[in-house]
Structures are given as structure tokens and as C-alpha cells.
Design a protein around this ligand. Structure first.
Ligand SMILES: Cc1cc2nc3c(=O)[nH]c(=O)nc-3n(C[C@H](O)[C@H](O)[C@H](O)COP(=O)(O)O)c2cc1C
Length: 197
């Protein structure tokens, strides 16, 4: 099932067509695709080129996938159980310039966005998650103190919405919505809609 964004203006098809389904087939993802996906992440921009992103990847059937799955809250486990690949994003807090890198989370988010776009280009789907235990991840993967587990994602091939259970079917078929432009893009002062004409 496709759910292209109903946009007011034409945008790049990769952005228009990307969405976050919860129906995943167990079909294995070609390792070459996975490598290209992480290559895309590697080329995201970052403050001072610090590249504070780190990733843990698990492929269904391996020990890493099992541990990543264990970190997820039950709500996410219920739909992500068939995802072929699970990924955790982790951010390095300290800066090589000394002190804390105040934009490390922003930078890691950008690298995750690059993953979503490369995945879309590879014919794959991604669903990101905040619903997981960072403490559990730290323990299961021996993550050092300076590194913070930030988000997770399920990645793989999409399945039919009817492969989901219960309320997830309705959620899968619900329309995608966004706030209007005027609530988001300002000029002159905060809250004052930019005209851009
Ligand atoms: C950082 C982040 C955390 C999210 N956490 C969850 C989550 O824990 N569980 C879930 O089902 N969806 C989660 N989502 C998916 C969002 O709900 C989804 O991206 C949003 O509704 C917009 O839908 P779209 O991606 O299809 O455009 C998360 C997305 C992001 C970016």
C-alpha cells in the first residue's frame, strides 16, 4: 500500500512517497542495500563535521536483532516483530572541541533522515521509534557513558496492511496529515506567516 503525501506543491518523489508503515514482510534485505543505506547516513552533514552518529544494526535471526527487539516497548514489538532489520541510532555527546556538542541529537537526526531517503530509493520502508528503553540498550550492548541511545527504526520490505493485527490495521490505513504551512514558516516575527511571493 502506498500513501503519498497530499502536497500543495510538487516535491521530490522520494520525500512525497516515503511514509512509515507498520506492516513488514520477513523478506531479507540484500546486504549491499544495507551498506548503501549506512553509506548515505555517513554522508549527512554535521556541526564541525563531528559525525556524532553511531548505529547498531540487527538482521532477523541474529543476536543483535534479538537484543534490539528486547529494547522496544511492547506497542512497537507488536508490529515490528517481522521487520527484517532493526537499527538503533546512538549519539556521541562530547565534542572534540571540548565540552558538550549541543547539536549532537540534531546531527544524528539528520543521518537518520538520510537513511529513510536512501531506503525509499532502494524500494524499502522504514518506521522510526522513540518507544524503547535506552537503559536496556546501554546494558545489552555495553554502550559507553558518552554515547546516548536516541531512536530505533524498523527497516525492510512492506507487507499488506492486513498482515497486521487489531488497531494497527486501522492505523496503517489512516490518512497522513501535516500542520499547515502558515503554522510553520514565519517571517518578520515568530508566528507571522511568511508570504514567499
Ligand atoms: C523520532 C521518532 C519517533 C517515533 N516513535 C514512534 C514509536 O515509538 N512508535 C510508532 O509506532 N511510531 C513512531 N514514530 C512514527 C511517527 O508516528 C510517524 O513518522 C508520523 O506519524 C508521521 O507519519 P509518516 O512518517 O508516515 O509521514 C516515530 C517517528 C519519529 C521520527
Amino acid at each position: 500500500m502506498k500513501k503519498p503525501a497530499i502536497t500543495n506543491l510538487d516535491i521530490h518523489p522520494i520525500i512525497k512517497n516515503r511514509w512509515s508503515p507498520r506492516s513488514f514482510s520477513e523478506k531479507k534485505v540484500d546486504p549491499a542495500k544495507l551498506r548503501r543505506i549506512f553509506e548515505a547516513a555517513r554522508w549527512a552533514p554535521s556541526s564541525f563535521n563531528e559525525q556524532p552518529w553511531r548505529f547498531i544494526v540487527g538482521e532477523k535471526g541474529d543476536d543483535s536483532w534479538d537484543k534490539l527487539y528486547e529494547c522496544m516497548v511492547k506497542f512497537n514489538q507488536d508490529w515490528a516483530k517481522s521487520a527484517a532489520v532493526l537499527i538503533m541510532s546512538i549519539g556521541k555527546q562530547s565534542s572534540s572541541k571540548g565540552g558538550t556538542n549541543k547539536v549532537y541529537q540534531y546531527d544524528v537526526g539528520q543521518s537518520m533522515a538520510y537513511i529513510t531517503f536512501q531506503a525509499e530509493a532502494e524500494g524499502l520502508v522504514v518506521h522510526q521509534m522513540g518507544g524503547f528503553s535506552a537503559d536496556k540498550a546501554r546494558e545489552l550492548f555495553s554502550i559507553p557513558e558518552d554515547y546516548v541511545p536516541l531512536t530505533m527504526m524498523a527497516l525492510g520490505y512492506q507487507d499488506s496492511p492486513d498482515s497486521l493485527e487489531g488497531d494497527f490495521v486501522k492505523m496503517e490505513k489512516a490518512p497522513r496529515v501535516r500542520k499547515p504551512f502558515g503554522e510553520l514558516v514565519f517571517s518578520g516575527s515568530f508566528g507571522n506567516e511568511a508570504r514567499l511571493d
